[in-house]
Design a protein around this ligand. Structure first.
Ligand SMILES: [Zn+2]
Length: 330
């Protein structure tokens, strides 16, 4: 038979390691790895190049600092160059989904270079009541920001398509919101993505650091202690067990958080875990300046080792970038 195409002579990243084989493709699917070159319509010479499976970036923010009609093009262009074939957007809307969702979806539906999916952030009861509407529009995962509330509830939402005005907002992701999102997501059979930091503890920590005139990434890590991550993980896991829902912890990067997740898994909570490149590479012990200021903070060299170890033990399921499409002038 004649196949559609064969990619010849590349180094193929395969689940068994790197293999030196030709990739035979038929009807859009890889059907064989061969050493010979079978009859085909198209032969692609890839000598010296590397073939990798299309990567999935599970965690990206775009549409907040530039409108989605523009950001979908720029960000999907960049990820495609890096080998990413599916990108997942964290959507943050200020108002009701019934008012804003359609224009957000329409504004980006023709402008991605790669496949994409959307996680919807839920901040209030109105949006909780609209989770079903999201599912009807193809959004099947929801994000909870346990780090946002009270004095530290400030957040930027998605810009309106076609405009460049920043949309500032204030939210309170309190226990009632958290419980209702977990409950509703379970009813809809959707996972809840969780930013696990207790906002009340973080607010206290930041206040104390300011009073002591502390500065730098070390102080940032201290003011948002890994214990506050653990506290949030414990709280939401209790709700998850109560309603039998699935939790996906985003950007886990501390050994304390990983310990708590192990405990909650042993307690029977259904948990998936994501980490990010910065928790695998950066620590406040070796970084100066503010460029690596993220939430949750980068931690110590020991924490980096713990994250690598958790990956090797399959305790971490995904790596997402948590890329925020910002502009240098901001
Ligand atoms: Zn994020």
């Amino acid at each position: 038979m004649t196949y559609d195409s064969v990619i010849v002579d590349s180094h193929v990243i395969h689940q068994s390691g790197i293999i030196e084989k030709n990739i035979v493709i038929n009807e859009g699917k890889i059907v064989a790895f061969t050493t010979d070159i079978p009859s085909c319509d198209k032969k692609i010479n890839a000598a010296g190049l590397v073939s990798i499976p299309g990567l999935i970036d599970t965690h990206m923010h775009y549409g907040v600092y530039s409108p989605i009609d523009r950001a979908a093009t720029t960000e999907s262009h960049v990820v495609a160059i890096g080998g990413v074939t599916t990108m997942m957007r964290m959507l943050r809307l200020d108002g009701a989904f019934s008012m804003n969702l359609q224009q957000q979806l329409k504004a980006s539906s023709d402008s991605h270079y790669v496949d994409y999916a959307i996680h919807a952030s839920i901040f209030n009861q109105t949006q909780i009541d609209e989770m079903k509407l999201c599912v009807e529009n193809g959004i099947t995962s929801f994000k909870l920001y346990m780090n946002l509330g009270g004095e530290i509830g400030h957040v930027y939402m998605e810009m309106n398509p076609g405009e460049t005005k920043l949309i500032e907002s204030h939210v309170d992701v309190n226990d009632e919101i958290i419980e209702n999102v977990v409950k509703n997501a379970a009813n809809l059979n959707c996972p809840v993505l969780v930013h696990a930091e207790d906002y009340q503890e973080c607010a206290c920590g930041i206040k104390t650091a300011k009073e002591k005139n502390r500065d730098g990434l070390n102080a940032w890590s201290e003011s948002r202690s890994p214990d506050y991550e653990a506290k949030a993980i414990k709280k939401i896991s209790e709700y998850a067990r109560k309603y039998n829902s699935i939790i996906y912890f985003v950007h886990i990067g501390s050994s304390r958080a990983l310990e708590q997740i192990t405990i909650e898994r042993e307690n029977g909570t259904k948990i998936f875990v994501e980490t990010c490149p910065h928790y695998l590479t950066l620590s406040h012990e070796t970084q100066d300046g503010y460029l690596a200021k993220v939430m949750p903070p980068i931690r110590t060299q020991n924490d980096i080792s713990s994250v690598w170890e958790a990956i090797s033990k399959n305790q971490i399921n995904t790596i997402g970038t948590d890329h925020v499409a910002n502009q240098l002038k901001l």
